[in-house]
Design a protein around this ligand. Sequence first.
Ligand code: TXA
Ligand code: MG
Length: 355
Amino acid sequence: MTYDAETRIYPVDPLHPDPVILRLAADALRRGGLVAFPTETVYGLGANAFEAEAVARIFAAKRRPANDPIIVHIHDLAQLDQIAVEVPPLAGTLAAAFWPGPLTFVLRRGERIPANVSAGMPTVAVRMPSGSVARALLQTVALPVAAPSANTFSRPSATTAAHVLQDLSGHVDVVLDGGATAIGLESTVLDLTGAQPVILRPGGVPLEALREIAADVQVKTHYLALDADAGASPGMLIKHYAPHAEMLLFDGEREAVLEAMRQRAETLDAEGKRVGVLAYEEDRAVFAGLNVHLHVLGALQNTDKIGAGLFAGLRALDAVGVDVILARTVEREGLGAAIDDRLMRAAEGHIVRIS
Ligand code: TXA
Ligand code: MG
């Protein structure tokens, strides 16, 4: 199954989104079409969340398996009652602190939301994005919008309109080009349906910030290929955000890891492989003399910058046609937890542990 459409692309000024373009995009959504739009995290591929047929087009366009549930986007807290039932008080407390922003709640699904949004589960994921184009679109259409990241399934998420078009041109009705997204990593997914809040996917709001408000927040991210018992978030497949190239993620003490990466790069080069390295500013010198495509993400302490450029970096190395990408893990602290998670998934579990 596929969804084909004549794709129209509109540049949008994030500070002053043109109401005429917003209405065009809103009309496409009301007719059951698909609209790609920037949020503060990544680009989303949106459809009317109340209409099962429109939502089905998302799965077709992305070639996304039907067992991977989608996040519903809103612009006003009052919409929550149309989407979820038995909303716990903690949702209100966390929404007051973090919405609009990169935090998604998993709640009990209300009856107006069709089952395919949630892959048939009795729950639903909801978030209120802060990105100005996303907010303006949601206000204009005045409907909840179901939107996964606007990439084809298991590819790195799209952080620019060009990425969206690489993956979805001819399969989406409208693309709103509002420039590169600010955070570059997806939202934190927090399950509020159990006795304790549980992070299912680390993202733009760090664990530490959540714990300031809810001290008992737990972390339970699954990597399906490694963990057959993954239940709560079926979308958390290990094969996710993956570049075409094979990726090896090195883990361990910095000096030893860098030496192992340097040696591996030389060996692969000698074998005739084209090698890409996703590096931090501090590591640049280690790879300087080697026959590798070096993509520097930024200085290690600047996790905002590393996060913002990570998916674009993976796509850039794919675009130059490398066979193998080498990278190393980061501290799982603050935004580092989300960065490390995406590196893990991009590497599809190919971790090289250096002792
Ligand atoms: O930042 C984001 O969250 C972006 C932008 C577009 O909002 N969206 C996004 O959507 O990353 P997607 O579909 O790529 O990832 C949604 C994640 C998946 O890991 C999925 O398993 C989880 O949210 N999820 C969605 N509904 C769920 C549910 N009912 N229960 C548990 N997990 C759910
Ligand atoms: Mg995604």
